[in-house]
Design a protein around this ligand. Structure first.
Ligand code: SAM
Length: 266
């Protein structure tokens, strides 16, 4: 399959200076919803080549395409099928996903010449996107450890220097959907991945994150800037407890504590 987005079509006129902390702070303060946050950001920065990983019913895509006329290409990446081994509430049946895909297509039909639909998981379709061809990717697919690592690592080369990787479900608590579902690990994994990329990552309202990639020749140490003030330690031990020992081990531990306590002091 030939690349869907070719490098030579990319415009680099979006000023990196526009991606300043001041702009983000102001946008974050003025936004009343996740959608408004990103439409304001994309309208202000005039980023043109955008991808969304995990489209669902297309509400977010429709808002970006409607409110941000500078977007000339919007990649909609989603398998729209039941996925084995994805233990999250959005993993509905393939029949239900078919109706959800139809809804996404209908909601974005008004922008059909600007949208490009890539049906498949990120790894299924990523080779159809040229390296360095995107200004901005919004990651909102599989939020498990495997999912966020896969999406950030696979999409990173597709973003031009100075471009952005953003996303949803940057939740301060990994148990977003309760203990019966796989934890959501966008936070803290996106922070560690961003710092490994020597990028700056911002925590934004509505559980959003934004990674601003370094410009060419600008290999700083990277930074995590929490504009929300809601994020705990990056250490998982604060949220994930070690497994409880089995009954046999607990009995042995109790017996040895009793025996130890009864032992005369030397
Ligand atoms: C939370 S919904 C996305 C919501 C959408 N971004 C919005 O704001 O309206 C998650 C979507 O991710 C998709 N998804 C799950 N795993 C994926 C993967 N590995 N690659 C791409 N998309 C995936 C699902 O099919 C589902 O439609």
């Amino acid at each position: 399959m030939p690349p869907i987005v070719r490098h030579e079509h990319v415009t680099h006129d979006s000023s990196a200076a526009a991606l300043s902390r001041e702009l983000l702070t102001q946008t974050a303060a003025e936004s009343t919803s996740r959608t408004q946050l990103w439409t304001s950001f994309l309208a202000a920065t005039k980023l043109a080549r955008v991808a969304e990983v995990g489209v669902w019913k297309g509400d977010f895509a429709a808002a970006m395409l409607a409110e941000c006329p500078a977007i000339d290409t919007y990649l909609m990446i989603d398998p729209w099928r039941h996925l084995e081994g994805w233990n999250k509430p959005a993993n509905v049946s393939t029949d239900t996903f078919e109706a959800i895909r139809a809804e996404a297509m209908a909601k974005t039909e008004f922008a059909a010449p600007r949208r490009k639909v890539l049906r498949g998981t990120t790894l299924d379709v990523v080779d159809a996107i040229d390296d360095g061809s995107l200004d901005f990717a919004y990651i909102d697919g599989d939020h498990t450890l495997r999912g966020i690592v896969t999406d950030l690592v696979a999409m990173r080369p597709k973003i031009r220097a100075g471009g952005c990787l953003a996303g949803d479900d940057f939740c301060p608590n990994v148990w977003q959907h309760g203990a019966e579902y796989e934890p959501t690990l966008v936070f803290p994994v996106a922070v560690d991945v961003a710092l490994a990329m020597r990028a700056t990552i911002y925590a934004l309202p509505f559980n959003q994150f934004l990674i601003v990639l370094p410009n060419e020749g600008d290999a700083g140490p990277g930074a995590f800037i929490d504009l929300v003030g809601a994020y705990p330690s990056l250490d998982l031990s604060a949220q994930v407890r070690p497994p409880r020992p089995g009954l046999g081990q607990r009995v042995r531990d109790a017996l040895s504590a009793v025996r130890g306590g009864a032992r005369p002091h030397a």
